[in-house]
Design a binder for this molecule. Structure first.
Ligand code: AGP
Length: 609
């Protein structure tokens, strides 16, 4: 969680820092701050350092920074999702050491900060905040006093840190340089002409450059306006080449839409087409992954492990894998999987799914799988992310940058990636795949048709936005969509909602249905149609108002509101039926006048446990 930025150049970096923080705000938005060195102007009480920190959003910070007139050629910035210490001005980053010399922004958690703080207090350092981060500048300062060298001090200090961190560090005594390093939290560096940009993710850099260095764990970079040097903990030089990123800067803008979430919902057909690409031709996907048919034949069990929406995508993935490949497949929540001693052997394939490629629990699950000698395959959207670097096989989704905290296009590209994978494995094993490849090729057109029904969904949302509770029901292939629809609604509208397998409702939760309770039912599987309709009848009889999302012909008596989608094979229908569920959540949240892109308490990238 938290977003960090940095600028090292010859021009004033304040607008660049503020702009970078705005695009990283999805990672946290409790409080924000910036600090500049070198040719600074602003608050001069710290001599040579200008700092502005504030509780609340980056907009607040920008106003305050402008009022103070802060400038500077070297600077760091931070947007926070509080872990240690409430959101407040004083707990906001950047943090300084007791002598106001070393400044730090940090993304991650320092697990041993209390021990470190204790020993620093004994040495006479003092602390202003309740954060774990404040030990870092003090520790670096302490080593600076011992070694007289900023780089050595940073290396020695980070060697004492337990936990996760991405750090950008500046030193008033070395005002035109910055040191950055990371462990288990992401950090990328963009190269411009006589300037460098630091950020927690690639989209935040795209306005300035597409030449991006991806820092690995325990690597350091010393950056000055004209030079960057990479080295390891032993100060040994590392040769690193930048990657040219082909995402456009526009992809990370709203492009005329009111919110990123709406834009991203509408981008789904394109994102899906791009993710399929030519992967279904011949054995392209198997070749891309570097997997052999012999290896696929040897797989005895598959685990799909992920969190939140990505886990919901995994639930649909399991269905197609078991249907086409007949390999027993379990789906698990990463935070559970990592501690439950799962039965992994070298014949197990562990598939992790993660938009960010940085989710702490998913990463831990992947590492556990590797330690147990299983092969790991990851489906991720983020090139160079930690999970993508550590997995044995990587399949990139092509969603482009997803900025809204609530995942929409990433989810749908994760689904299509799972479907492509299952079909490719089936082809490699000469198994039947029921022409699902052709079905997949046409799914984007069907989603485009579903998106045209947006006005109907807007009208239905107007009837629903005052609700306190809702239910989402589905059977078979429709159940994971019910789970995803319910999660989306909770995340952005703050309406309590539960998803149930439709047949399970009468085993308890039906007690909660009362007159006018909204129940969203997803029905695509005609082999289960009668059973689904009976379940709908059960809730209608108890006064529920039914919103039906379906590709089937259903009698009017079963629903109060109907959202039709084009006919589609049930196994891949989640890609289609989820779209109205996303739109429903979106318009309900809009009717409640909520910030859909940045829902309360959430951060997009959950890099802490
Ligand atoms: C989705 O709307 C959520 N924001 C969340 O559940 C998310 O999918 C989850 O945190 C996993 O993130 P990842 O895909 O980046 O690993």
């Amino acid at each position: 969680m938290c977003g960090i930025v940095g600028y090292v150049g010859k021009k004033d970096g304040v607008d660049i820092l503020l702009d970078g923080l705005s695009s990283l705000e999805y990672r946290g938005y409790d409080s924000a701050g910036i600090m500049t060195l070198n040719n600074t102007r602003g608050n001069n009480e710290l001599e040579g350092i200008s700092i502005c920190k504030t509780k609340g959003r980056v907009d607040n910070l920008a106003k305050n920074a402008k009022q103070m007139g802060i400038v500077g050629n070297v600077g760091i910035g931070h947007t926070r999702w509080a872990t240690h210490g409430e959101p407040s001005d004083v707990n906001s980053h950047p943090h300084l050491d007791s002598t106001n010399t070393i400044g730090v922004v940090h993304n991650g958690i320092i697990e041993n900060y209390l021990d470190l703080k204790d020993s620093l207090l004994k040495k006479g350092y003092h602390f202003l905040s309740q954060t774990d981060t404040e030990v870092i500048p003090n520790l670096i300062k302490d080593y600076c006093n011992q070694t007289g060298d900023f780089v050595d001090a940073t290396i020695k200090a980070t060697a004492e840190l337990k936990g996760s961190y991405a750090l950008a560090v500046v030193d008033k005594d070395n005002p035109d340089e910055m040191i950055v390093t990371k462990k288990d939290s992401p950090l990328v560096i963009g190269e411009g002409e006589g300037e460098f940009f630091i950020a927690s993710d690639i989209p935040a850099l795209l306005k300035h450059t597409n030449k991006v260095y991806i820092l690995e764990d325990n690597e350091f970079a010393k950056i000055t306006p004209d030079n960057i040097v990479f080295f390891d903990e032993a100060k040994k030089r590392i040769e690193k080449k930048y990657k040219e990123i082909d995402w456009s800067a526009e992809a990370a803008q709203k492009g005329g839409y009111e919110d990123f979430m709406l834009k991203e919902i509408f981008e789904q057909p394109t994102a899906i087409r791009k993710t399929i690409g030519n992967r279904l031709d011949k054995d392209n996907l198997i070749a891309e992954l570097g997997i052999t048919p012999e290896y696929i034949k040897s797989i005895e069990k598959i685990y799909i492990v992920a969190c939140g929406t990505a886990m919901n995508a995994g639930l649909s993935g399991r269905k197609i894998i078991e249907k086409l490949l007949k390999i027993p497949t379990e789906v698990d929540i990463a935070s559970e999987f990592r501690y439950r001693e799962p039965l992994i052997t070298e014949k197990t394939l562990v598939i992790t799914i993660s938009q960010s490629g940085e989710t702490a629990d998913t990463l831990a699950a992947l590492r556990l799988a590797k330690k147990s000698n299983a092969k790991t395959l990851t489906i991720t959207n983020t090139i160079g992310s930690t999970i993508s670097r550590e997995a044995d096989f990587v399949m990139y989704t092509q969603a482009g940058p997803e900025i809204a905290v609530a995942s929409t296009k990433a989810y749908n590209t994760q689904l299509v990636a799972m479907y492509c994978l299952a079909i490719a494995f089936a082809k490699a094993l000469n198994l039947d795949y029921n022409d699902l490849d052709k079905e997949l090729e046409s799914i984007s057109n069907k989603i485009e048709i579903a998106l045209q029904k947006v006005d109907n969904i807007k009208d239905i949302a107007k009837q629903m936005y005052n609700a306190h509770d809702m239910f989402f029901l589905g059977r078979g292939n429709d159940f994971p969509v019910a789970q995803e629809g319910s999660l989306k609604l909770k995340e952005i509208s703050y309406i309590h909602s539960e998803a149930y397998a439709a047949g399970e409702l009468k085993h308890g939760p039906i007690a909660l249905i009362e007159k006018d309770t909204f129940v969203v039912c997803i029905v695509t599987d005609n082999t289960l149609l009668d059973k689904s309709l009976s379940n709908i009848q059960e809730v209608k009889t108890r006064g529920a108002k039914v919103v039906l999302i379906t590709d089937q012909k259903v009698d009017k008596k079963y629903y109060d509101y109907l959202i039709e989608v084009p006919q589609c094979s049930s196994i891949i229908s989640p890609m289609l039926t989820v779209v109205p569920a996303q739109l429903l959540a979106y318009y309900i949240a809009k009717d409640k006048e909520l910030d859909v892109d940045k829902p309360r308490n959430l951060a997009k990238s959950v890099t802490v446990e």
